[in-house]
Design a protein around this ligand. Structure first.
Ligand code: PLP
Length: 505
């Protein structure tokens, strides 16, 4: 029994097993990918759940080939494939091969980046990439940061640091005035200002930080879904007169739905004037940091106190790969705790680089290796060019849609989303617009021919393309639009009776 278990341990005696097993797995994925004609099979949870429930986890198959056969049935056959040019839904990118190589290496060596004594070179590589990113942002010599599991965690950590800094400042002022401030009294007064088109992880972060979700005040946006500086100024002033403490302004560099970039320089001016922490959520827009032609769209980001970047969105990296960056390394101390067994303060005195001192995670993947190999093999320009291509494609898709009478398109994205809807003829058909768009998206997904996203604009159902695949051609997009128009048109034809149609004239 113990021999059977030991033969699976990854060690010097089992490297052949490792080679064979991984090669078989790679072969299965390669064959799946080369055969995938559609991004999705269209399977429903009701159809798939019984297959997975029926598997007896107490009865191992022992044989990797048998397990891979089974995996074909319960996962690979029906997975959603982001590499496919007609996957147009969410912020999932096709991934680059150097990063997959990195993933294979990091998971086998299994470094944990919490402490130097669990990672060694991994720690230094992560630090170089943090410095590289901070330099691209322009955060200055005192910048620092850490890799995280994703944009949500990066936003949370940034806001945690902002809250602690806001409290430290207020407590110091209160002490100076002779009336000490308790955190208990301070928390309910805290507010976060974020664009109404910002990401929901800001609200969730507020909740985890001991504030209500309603501590996030939505700031009005303009017709391009960019935060209005005048509205921000108004909210800052309102908070001041109501004795509320704004702990951070969150600007978004690439909103999830509209790809809109808030006017960073003007927001930075206002934050500077009000003495408020500026966090820039560039989870989506960070790809511009590598763009040879569009870096200027992020101008002003260098004035942020903290920045979120998601390499797993616009740097073509596999999940997870993200980071939070700060202008002043010292603020990361709010994430520090000295545990005797892990990172005693003595280690800090000896300048042993323990990344756990900067992170809210303890055991942590060496995700940085994927970006490292990407930069060492492809280089940043190649990544930026791939991102530029999808931004160009989105502009072409917008033009295509604005010439197409079947559809109505919302705003021209600065990045790579397109929000639009099928617009039926005025009259009884138009009244079915919401249902028709909802139906078209679901019917398309069920067919597996393409996957698109949906969102709401002014209370109405819209459709959304998020383009992150340079292999998606304008022909693919035109084809998907035809499919959507067919599904929506057929839905309406079934619902609207000839009688209604005659009446409407
Ligand atoms: C995706 C996204 C996030 C959340 O990032 P995850 O990596 O999914 O946790 C935050 N902000 C914006 C603007 C995003 O688009």
């Amino acid at each position: 029994m113990s021999f059977q278990g030991r033969s699976h341990l990854f060690n010097d005696r089992n490297v052949d097993h490792y080679r064979r097993s991984l090669t078989d797995g790679v072969e299965r994925v390669a064959s799946r990918i080369s055969r995938a004609e559609r991004p999705f099979s269209g399977i429903t949870p009701a159809a798939l759940a019984p297959e997975i429930s029926a598997i007896d986890l107490e009865q191992p198959l022992s044989d990797p080939a048998a397990a891979l056969d089974e995996l074909e049935d319960v996962y690979l056959r029906d997975a959603v494939y982001f590499h496919h040019p007609r996957y147009l839904a969410h912020l999932n990118c096709p991934v680059v091969i150097p990063a997959l190589l990195g993933e294979a290496v990091l998971t086998a060596v299994n470094s944990s980046l919490d402490t130097w004594d669990q990672s060694a070179g991994g720690t230094l590589i992560e630090r170089r990439l943090i410095d590289w990113t901070a330099r691209r942002i322009g955060l200055g010599e005192s910048a620092d940061g850490v890799f995280t599991s994703g944009g949500s965690q990066s936003n949370f950590q940034a806001l945690l640091l902002a809250r602690e800094e806001a409290f430290a400042k207020a407590a110091a002022e209160a002490a100076y005035a002779g009336n000490p401030l308790s955190k208990h009294d301070f928390l309910p007064r805290l507010r976060i200002l974020a664009s109404e088109a910002g990401h929901f992880s800001v609200q969730k972060s507020a909740k985890m930080l001991g504030l209500g979700m309603d501590a996030v005040i939505p700031v009005e946006t303009d017709q391009d879904r960019r935060m209005r500086p005048a509205a921000l100024a108004r909210e800052l002033e309102r908070c001041r007169t109501e004795d509320l403490a704004v702990m951070a302004v969150v600007a978004t560099a690439g909103t999830t739905d509209f790809g809109s970039i808030d006017p960073l320089p003007r927001i930075a001016d206002l934050c500077e004037w009000a003495g408020v922490w500026l966090h820039v959520d560039a989870a989506y827009g960070c790809g511009l940091l590598a763009s040879p032609t569009r870096r200027h769209l992020l101008d002003g980001i260098e004035r942020a106190d903290s920045v979120t970047v998601d390499y797993h969105k616009s740097f073509f990296q596999p999940v997870s790969s993200s980071a939070v960056l700060v202008r002043d390394a010292a603020v990361l101390r709010h994430a520090t705790y000295y545990a005797d067994y892990l990172n005693p303060a003595r280690m800090a005195e000896q300048r042993i680089p323990n990344q756990v001192d900067k992170s809210i995670q303890t055991t942590r993947r060496f995700d940085a290796l994927k970006l490292w190999l990407t930069l060492r093999i492809m280089g940043a320009d190649a990544i930026g060019e791939l991102f530029d291509e999808v931004v160009d494609r989105a502009a072409q898709a917008y033009d295509l849609l604005s010439r197409d009478p079947r559809f109505e398109v919302v705003t021209k994205s600065q990045l790579s989303t397109v929000v639009f809807r099928y617009l039926p003829a005025p009259g009884p058909e138009r009244e079915l617009a919401d249902d028709a768009n909802l139906h078209a998206r679901e019917a398309l997904a069920a067919s597996g021919d393409a996957v698109v996203a949906g969102t709401k604009v002014d209370g109405h159902h819209y459709l959304k393309f998020t383009l992150l695949n340079p292999e998606t051609s304008l022909d693919d997009i035109a084809h998907v639009l035809d499919l959507l128009a067919d599904h929506a048109g057929r839905f309406i034809a079934e619902k609207v009776t000839p009688e209604q149609r005659r009446k409407a004239g």
